[in-house]
Design a binder for this molecule. Structure first.
Ligand SMILES: *Cc1c(COP(=O)(O)O)cnc(C)c1O
Length: 392
């Protein structure tokens, strides 16, 4: 098989968990590129393009991208090891499971972490953020744009505004793993200093990369550290020259990049930034698909975790099981219809709800019919489970 036109991935169940998501034939085919030297003339511009296209996705002119083999989690390590010095203070906004993980990572590198916890289904309020920032000097504030355990969408713009007003030196760090390319993120205009993400959610590529974009302000903070970086593999001292070299058309080596995955990522980023729908329309399509799924769920009597519509993400939906229905009933019924959703993740209510991802090609390629399939399968599965309970 030598051309993408001949390539079709094998029939499979529809993967609509909040990442990894369905990827296009083009992306998978790009991953099947013959083995290639990471310092070859053929590969250098591919890597350089990915760096440039990531800036487009986040609407930033001059933030510094880092594309490093790993997973989204490595983004937390990059922040903790490069931007926070041992003994410095970090403020973590908690809107679900991923706030706890970020806290643990920061502590691992010696940060003093304070957390503000929102109730399940809510985000931390601006007044609480303001109070915390007034009480102590924080090197970084971190928040999860979409917490994948609750589907809660935080107001990134408002958080950055509050930080700039109350504590302008504090770096604003966004965990955007479940948000990038499905939620609008205006990195420069809103004043976000770091966005960390991964390829397997809204970016529509198989997993295996840590993607971090750091503002020039964050890079300056990194460069003016008074203590050494506290990681070897995650050190920006090692990676900054590599990223600059690839962007400027030459190769540099610290550790081998995931060459084929970068090819796949290039295919997906090209589709996102250079083809139809436009980036702005992509966000609108995610909003529309999300509304359809949430409306259908409401009609079926399912309650969302987010307490208000304005707190609900556009790339995923988290729904409580209705009374008398459990995950052990509903998820296999969906599976039988060829639809793979995810169970709960938030520790205290893990067994009470499930999650549906609606990102990437499942949303922007209507010919696939994925959104219709999710809705009809959910309707049929619920009816089946309820009927089955009645006859028992
Ligand atoms: C998935 C996810 C992560 C972790 O990413 P991995 O690629 O699994 O390491 C971190 N934060 C959020 C919000 C996520 O959704």
């Amino acid at each position: 098989m030598s051309s993408v036109q001949d390539f079709k991935q094998v029939p499979h169940k529809l993967l609509v968990i909040p990442g990894p998501i369905e990827v296009s034939d083009e992306v998978l085919f790009a991953n099947a590129h013959p083995s290639m030297s990471h310092v070859s003339l053929e590969f250098v511009p591919v890597f350089g393009d990915c760096i440039r296209m990531m800036r487009e996705v986040l609407y930033t002119k001059d933030a510094q991208p880092f594309l490093i083999a790993g997973s989204g989690t490595l983004g937390w390590d990059q922040v903790a090891a490069n931007l926070v010095e041992p003994g410095e203070n970090a403020l973590v906004l908690h809107s679900g499971y991923f706030g706890d993980s970020f806290e643990e990572c920061l502590q691992t590198y010696g940060a003093n972490v304070d957390q503000i916890k929102a109730e399940i289904g809510a985000a931390v309020s601006q007044s609480e953020i303001e109070k915390a920032l007034e009480s102590k000097k924080y090197k970084v504030l971190t928040f999860t744009h979409v917490d994948t355990s609750t589907a809660v969408l935080s107001d990134a713009k408002a958080i950055a505004e509050t930080v700039k007003r109350v504590s302008p030196e504090t770096l604003v760090v966004m965990d955007g793993v479940c948000a990038v390319a499905s939620e609008e993120i205006q990195m420069d205009e809103w004043g976000i200093d770091v966005v960390l993400t991964a390829p397997q959610k809204g970016l529509g590529t198989p997993p295996g990369l840590s993607i971090v974009l750091a503002s020039q302000k964050a890079i300056k903070v990194f460069e003016s550290r008074s203590t050494p970086v506290t990681s070897y593999y995650a050190s920006w001292k090692k990676w900054l020259p590599v990223m600059k070299a690839y962007e400027n058309g030459s190769a540099a080596y610290f550790a081998t990049p995931p060459v084929n995955l970068i090819c796949a990522f290039h295919a997906s980023l090209s589709a996102i930034t250079k083809s139809s729908p436009s980036l702005a329309d992509r966000f609108k399509l995610h909003q529309e698909a999300s509304k359809r799924i949430k409306a259908a769920a409401t009609e079926l009597g399912l309650k969302q975790l987010p307490l208000e519509p304005s707190l609900a993400s556009n790339g995923m939906t988290a729904l409580y099981f209705p009374d008398g229905v459990s995950g052990a009933d509903l998820l296999p019924a969906l599976l039988q219809r060829g639809v793979v959703v995810a169970g709960g993740l938030h520790t205290s209510i893990k067994d009470k709800y499930f999650r549906i991802g609606h990102m990437g090609i499942s949303v922007v390629d209507p010919q696939r019919g994925d959104i219709d399939k999710i809705i009809s399968s959910l309707r049929e599965s619920l009816a089946e489970v309820k009927a089955c309970h009645k006859t028992q």
